[in-house]
Ligand binder design. Sequence first.
Ligand code: PLP
Length: 456
Amino acid sequence: MDQHDIDDLNQKARDHLWMHFTRLGSYQKKEIPIITRGEGCYLWDAHDKRYLDALSGLFTVQLGHGRADLAAAAQQQASTLEYFPIWSYAHPQAIELAATLADLAPGDLNRVFFTSGGSEAVESAWKLARNFHKMQGEGTRTKLIARDLAYHGTSLGALAATGLTGLRAQFEPLTPGGCHVPNTNDYRWPAGRDPLWAADAIEERILFESPETVAAVILEPVQNAGGCFVPQEGYFDRVREICDRHGVLLISDEVICSWGRLGHWFGCERYGYRPDIVTTAKGLTSAYAPMGAVIVADRIAEPFMSGKSMFAHGFTFGGHPVAAAVALANIDVFEREDLCAHVLAKEGEFRQRLESLRDIPIVGDVRGAGFFQAIELVKDRETKESFTSEESEDLLRNFLSGELYRQGLICRADDRGDPVVQLSPPLIADSEQFEEIETILRSALTKASDRVSGGS
Ligand code: PLP
């Protein structure tokens, strides 16, 4: 693309495109990064500069970019049956995909409700939990307990679960019933705290709210926002016990943590717990088409299966045949290339590359699981002192994000909690990409460290 075309696109974007979660004003003079094509773990921009996509788009492109087999599945389906709703009808792709998901999902997670993405899945799961309790004669069970800093989506219901004040404040009042409890970020816990403290905090909150008002607890296997908070040993066993004791449903929000991200089809398998409902999206299709799903245990689906009962809820594009065909092709590649095994075999090597950055003074913590890792940046490694919000803004927005991108690495420098750099490469990534990630991070983080200590 020549400079004239790039300028033209920039102007059109400035005039008409509302980029999501973007300070549009900051692009009035600065050039907008325009990505034009991808192949494997790499992307190219309008200047034909190459980037390593160490975020898989947005934790989505599990199989990597530019795959002809997934494109062919979409093309084939669009030319056979491009669309039909699953409202009182079905089509082979939605049926086959539902059966496949039921087969892959652990235990009795056997009933699949399709959505167009993650927020719709979370929204649907909460409505389903409320509806289930109502049908059991427990209509007062409406509340949803989530964790501080957790991101569960942006529609008003899902936003009530999202625990990020900065994303909520402008839209108050939210859907009533969202409650929050501490997350599992034990890097910031005082020494000697009971490892199951965060799990027990869920029970305290249920008791505080009164169990007969609580519909469900929603948790990610590894919490994304804040920077890949892993659960303590025994955390999910304790949460399951608590939920059972108080008649509360457990929703595993696996919009990011399913589809091999943690080395398993579903994140709950990694930690050995049994959710009542799983929400998923993103990697279900490797993002070659938008799709989400709510996967429901038999016990929860059962009241809806007879007589005049109905879950009075749906979306025009739920179970879209093109998206379903792409998801089936995606799962087929996962099986043929044994990608979950690849992630489990390679996660240690990937992690080791990131651990080796601990000699850089601002690297405070390295954590995560599978191909889902984060580096927390601190002002003082010994005391774990974090940056003020102004310092964090300067470090991440004014320096690090731009520097990493300039050096050809797409990842996330995030300030939704303490500052973190998140890495979540396509599941086909291997030693070559891990080395490249380490090299660029070392250079950019060293510069950032010098900047913080006043060296430049
Ligand atoms: N839940 C989790 C755990 C997520 O990470 C996200 C998005 O990142 C969502 C829900 C919302 O998904 P979507 O952006 O597809 O609506």
